[in-house]
Design a protein around this ligand. Structure first.
Ligand SMILES: [Zn+2]
Length: 330
């Protein structure tokens, strides 16, 4: 996530900023400008699964244009949902893991229960979980949730193996439910910008190792490829075959200038034989057109074969999330 310094404060952190969103029931901005995305030349025509789609826009994105494309943010929670659905139709996004809190999460799932898989967030702005493990268990058992995440422990000062998170890892392993955790970096000066407990050092993917050892059957994926710790995430994936990553945010936030770095990361992952454990995600925050940008970021990776693209956009998520989807040929 290499971000232009002038834009990062308003945009960079899909995940961190969500802590300030307050449930997403507020108007994001008064502007009525269209969030419609421009037409892009996307060659990939197969199905897509977005494993990182937040329902609660970050407060820091309120009223701010997309830092890469300049498009205005959604003007309300309803507008964000409507525009995201439009993007799903446009690009054949057949399923999406939606990450949110009570209220907006249900709203999205009610709007399209065949497409959206609810994944509750468990932390807000404190190391004390906002969603108790007992309540989460109930939701998972009733089918009201199909995954968990994004876990934002890094923003509230928690290591992945902190005792506060242990009951959630245990529950996810016991119920065989996939979990997403944010690891890596965020926008510059995060600790001085509303997240005093944030520490970059807590984002090192190697800190996930203890949880992986304690829970060998845990289906966990690291958001944002754990960047900038590429060597660490590759080593961790090679050591722990159950570990997947998504490439949300890193596939679009750098803009055209950052694409070479993203492609280099992707190419290194492919060279290490990890192409079956990379999943597409957008992390569009309040900007539905970021979904276009994220798809374009992967589609433009000319070193990928059609099969490899289909793996990243779709097939890897079908396998990891154990979805009932047709897997046919690319
Ligand atoms: Zn994140």
């Amino acid at each position: 996530m290499t971000l232009p310094s002038t834009t990062c404060r308003i945009a960079a952190c899909a995940t961190a900023c969500l802590l300030l969103a307050g449930g997403g029931r507020h108007a994001f901005c008064q502007a009525a400008a269209s969030t419609a995305s421009p037409s892009r030349q996307i060659r990939y025509a197969g199905p897509i699964i977005d494993v990182h789609l937040h329902t609660d826009p970050p407060a820091s994105a309120i009223g701010a244009p997309n830092p890469v494309a300049g498009a205005p943010p959604a003007s309300s929670a309803a507008e964000l949902l409507r525009a995201a659905l439009q993007e799903c139709e446009k690009y054949n996004i057949v399923r999406a893991e939606v990450n949110g809190w009570p209220g907006t999460l249900e709203l999205w799932v009610r709007a399209d229960s065949a497409r959206f898989i609810p994944a509750p967030m468990i932390l807000r702005d404190s190391p004390s979980p906002a969603l108790e493990v007992r309540a989460l268990r109930r939701q998972l058992l009733r089918g009201e949730a199909g995954a968990v995440g994004e876990i934002l422990g890094q923003y509230v000062g928690l290591k992945p193996d902190d005792p506060a998170l242990e009951p959630y890892w245990r529950l996810a392993e016991e119920l065989d439910v996939p979990v997403m955790i944010h690891l890596g970096t965020s926008f510059p000066a995060t600790a001085h910008s509303g997240y005093p407990a944030f520490r970059l050092s807590l984002g090192n993917p190697l800190l996930l190792e203890e949880a992986l050892v304690r829970h060998p059957r845990l289906r966990v994926w690291v958001a944002h490829g754990g960047l900038p710790w590429s060597n660490e995430i590759f080593a961790l994936m090679q050591q722990y075959p159950q570990l997947y990553i998504d490439i949300a945010t890193i596939n679009w936030m750098g803009g055209p200038a950052g694409r070479a770095a993203f492609h280099s990361f992707l190419q290194q992952a492919m060279n290490r034989g990890l192409g079956k454990r990379i999943m597409f995600g957008s992390d569009q925050m309040a900007w539905p057109d970021a979904i276009d940008l994220a798809i374009e970021g992967v589609d433009s990776a000319d070193f990928l074969t059609p099969e490899q693209k289909r793996d990243i956009f779709y097939a890897n998520a079908v396998r990891f999330l154990r979805l009932r989807e047709e897997l046919g040929q690319p």
